[in-house]
Structures are given as C-alpha cells and as structure tokens.
Design a protein around this ligand. Structure first.
Ligand SMILES: [Zn+2]
Length: 264
C-alpha cells in the first residue's frame, strides 16, 4: 500500500516523524515550500526555503524512501516587501521536475504581512497565470470563515486564468464545503490535524460523503503548531473501518495525487 501525503511542511520536520510516516506506508509527499515554519520575511528568505526543500530536505526524506515533490509560491501570510522578486524567479523554479505546483497560495483576510486583499488578489492572479503557462497544479488556501465566498472568488479567478479545475486543489475543505468544491470540478483537500480540529474519523466521514475521484487527504504537518505526521495513514485506517475497499483507498491516497500533480 502506497500512501501520498499531499501537504506537508518539510522544513525542519523531525527525523522521527519522517521515520513514522515511512513505516506507516507514506512513500511520497507534496512539500509546501511557500509556507516554511518560519515565515519568509524577504525574497531571499523565500528562495532559501525553496532551495532547502528541493535540496537538503528532499535528501533527508530519501533516507526514509519518501519522494518529495515541491510547491512554490508566495504564502498570503508571508508576503515580503520585495515579493515581486519572487514572482520574477518563479519560472526558474517551475521549470524544475520536482516542482509540481504553485502553493499554498491564495487569499487570507487575516494576513498581517499583506492585509490589502486587492494586492493579495493581484499576486494570486500572477501566480495562476504562471501555473497555466507551466502546466502545473495550484493549491489554494481556504480561510476559516465565509468559506463559500472564498470558493466562489477562487472559481472566478480560475475561470479568468483559463485553468483546468482538475488541476486546482482547495485545501482545508470540510464537511460543509467539500461538495461545493468538487461540484465545481476542483479537488477538495482535507487537512487532518488537531489544529484544524479534523480527526482521522472526521476525515474518513467527509471522504465517505464525497466524490472520491476529486478528494485528497493531507496532514499539513509541520515543525511548529499542533499537527499529526500520521494524519494520512490514520485516515486510511478509519476509511477501512467504514468499509472502503483497497481500490477506493488507492484512488484517494495514490491515484488522485498522481493525477492532480502529474507525478511520474
Ligand atoms: Zn492554509
């Protein structure tokens, strides 16, 4: 059984976590290099996260037979004053084989580094254009409140950028928003971690009510904040308890990620 955790923040993740993930069947992860444990305060800091994720962190995970694929972009909570330099450099990263998408990016009304939502939207539009041009996936952050509003907003931008909704992941979906996201043709991603108050049992139940061809499950695990590096295998276990077949589990945890992120 191969499991892919489609959202982790690799930077500084303890070796014990990587070992536990590997032992529980995780063979690949999608690492979000846009949101390191310490938020980027300058373009240089952002490049440092990208390079470290693509270099040392990828090598560290390889010791545990975990393949690392990487997302790059400007996290809406960490917009440095010289963010234009990141936008200029993104094509050189998107050209790399291991970089499979732009993310986690999007809109966040509580951002301290960029409270101006129209500026956030301008940055996001530039990132969506690049994702389209380089044929990469996009991982969009769903804020905690007024969730319908943000999904509609994202869908308008996806249409404007002429992106394939099948290449778009909306992350932090819950029981109230998953159907809306998948009905639009996008992928709903369930972040199973204590900080978001989604347990593995909750995650399995949400999948049970969903179009399983358009749903992803991830741990959003990281060095700081309350997370669970085993959020994905624990959710797979709960799905077995609900009667999901091995074929269904392979669909959600292996086939869907490979298709959305074009993994080789
Ligand atoms: Zn997020």
């Amino acid at each position: 059984m191969h499991l892919i955790d489609t959202h982790v923040q690799m930077d500084g993740l303890p070796l014990a976590d990587l070992e536990a993930m590997a032992a529980a069947g995780i063979t690949a992860v999608i690492a979000d290099a846009a949101g390191g444990p310490d938020k980027a305060t300058s373009s240089q800091a952002a490049f440092h996260f990208f390079d470290r994720t693509l270099g040392g962190e990828t090598n560290r995970a390889a010791e545990f037979f975990i393949d690392v694929y990487v997302l790059v972009g400007i996290n809406m909570n960490a917009v440095p004053s010289d963010y234009e330099r990141i936008l200029e450099a993104l094509p050189s990263y998107l050209n790399r084989d291991r970089v499979v998408g732009v993310g986690e990016v999007g809109l966040e009304p509580r951002s301290k580094t960029c409270p101006d939502l129209s500026k956030q939207e301008e940055i996001l539009k530039a990132e969506l254009r690049l994702a389209k041009e380089y044929n990469k996936a996009v991982v969009l952050h769903l804020p905690l409140t007024e969730r319908t509003k943000w999904i509609e907003w994202y869908f308008k931008l996806i249409e404007e950028a002429k992106l394939d909704p099948g290449k778009v992941v909306i992350i932090h979906a819950d029981s109230a928003t998953t159907k809306m996201i998948t009905d639009l043709g996008c992928n709903a991603s369930i972040s199973v971690l204590p900080m978001r108050r989604i347990t593995p049992e909750d995650g399995a139940r949400i999948v049970a009510d969903s179009d399983i061809n358009r749903v992803l499950v991830e741990s959003d695990t990281r060095l700081r904040d309350r997370s669970d590096p085993l959020g994905v295998p624990r959710t797979a276990l709960q799905m077995r308890r609900l009667g999901f077949t091995e074929k269904d589990i392979t669909q959600v945890f292996y086939d869907n990620p490979r298709q959305v992120f074009n993994l080789g």
